[in-house]
Design a binder for this molecule. Structure first.
Ligand code: PGA
Length: 244
C-alpha cells in the first residue's frame, strides 16, 4: 500500500483533485466510484472550482456512489443523492444519465442490488474508487462483522454509523434510516485503482490498524492490503499513529 502524507486537508484535496483531472484527461470516459461523508467535501469543492476554471471535464465520465440509505427518497435532504448534488454534482458537468447511486426506495432491494452490480459491469468496471473510512474501519457501509458481503447488498447500520450520520438528519440519530444499500467488498476490490482519504485525529487508530494490523472482517478496510493499486492519502493527524 502506498501511503502519502499531506500537511493539511487542503493540500490533500488539491493533490487528489489534480490526480482526478489527470485521470480524466487520459481517459475522458473514466468510471469513478464516489464516497460521501465529511472527508470528501473539500475534494468535491476543489473539483468544482477546477471545473469553474476550465481545468477538469466530466462530460464523458460515469460515477457510481458507494451507498445510499434505504427507505428515504433521493429528494430527501438526508439522502446521499442530495449530499452529492449539493457538494459535487451541482458544481461539475457530469451527465445526469451517467450518475449512479443505489435507489433507496426500490420496491425490491435485492433486485436493485443486482441491477447496480450489472450497471457497474456494463460500464466496464470502476477505474478509480475513492473511499473514506469510518472510525470502526468500515468502507462504504461494509461494517465490521463476522462475515462481509461480496457484492452490493442490503445492510443494517450500526448505532455508531447512525450517530455519525445524524448531521444529515437535523442532528437526530433516531431519524437516520436503520438500513442502507452498499457496494460490497468485492465490488470495491475489483476497482482498478483505489484511493482512500482520511483526515483528523479520530481516524489515527483505524488507519494504524489498516496499515499494520491483520486482514480481518472486524476491520473491513484491512482487505485493501490485498489490492494491487491502493493509495492512502492522509493528513498528519490521521497518520499520527503510524510507525515513523
Ligand atoms: P467521514 O465518514 O468522512 O464523515 O468521517 C467516513 C465514512 O464513514 O466512510
Amino acid at each position: 500500500m502506498k501511503v502519502s502524507l499531506f500537511k493539511d486537508e487542503r493540500t490533500l484535496a488539491r493533490t487528489l483533485a489534480g490526480q482526478i483531472a489527470q485521470a480524466l484527461a487520459e481517459k475522458p470516459d473514466l468510471v469513478l466510484g464516489l464516497p460521501t461523508g465529511r472527508t470528501p467535501i473539500r475534494l468535491y469543492h476543489e473539483l468544482g472550482s477546477m471545473h469553474a476554471k476550465g481545468q477538469i471535464d466530466f462530460a464523458r465520465a460515469t460515477t457510481f456512489n458507494l451507498d445510499e440509505f434505504l427507505g428515504i427518497p433521493s429528494s430527501h435532504p438526508g439522502s446521499y443523492r442530495s449530499f452529492m448534488q449539493q457538494h459535487l454534482f451541482s458544481r461539475v458537468n457530469l451527465s445526469p444519465q451517467r450518475i449512479n447511486i443505489p435507489n433507496g426506495t426500490a420496491s425490491d432491494p435485492a433486485a436493485e442490488c443486482a441491477r447496480y452490480e450489472r450497471a457497474i459491469a456494463d460500464a466496464g468496471g470502476i477505474d478509480l474508487q475513492l473511499l473514506g473510512i469510518g472510525t470502526n474501519g468500515h468502507i462504504g457501509f461494509n461494517e465490521p462483522a463476522r462475515e462481509l458481503a461480496g457484492t452490493t447488498h442490503r445492510v443494517a447500520l450500526k448505532a455508531s454509523t447512525r450517530h455519525s450520520n445524524a448531521a444529515l438528519f437535523g442532528g437526530d440519530e433516531r431519524q437516520v434510516p436503520e438500513e442502507a444499500l452498499s457496494m460490497g467488498m468485492a465490488t470495491i476490490m475489483h476497482a482498478r485503482r483505489i484511493v482512500l482519504i482520511a483526515t483528523g485525529k479520530s481516524k489515527a487508530r483505524c488507519i494504524q490498524r489498516l496499515v499494520h494490523g491483520p486482514i480481518t472482517p472486524k476491520l473491513p478496510a484491512s482487505f485493501l492490503q490485498m489490492h494491487r493499486r491502493v493509495e492512502l492519502m492522509l493528513d498528519e493527524t490521521a497518520a499520527s499513529a503510524l510507525d515513523a
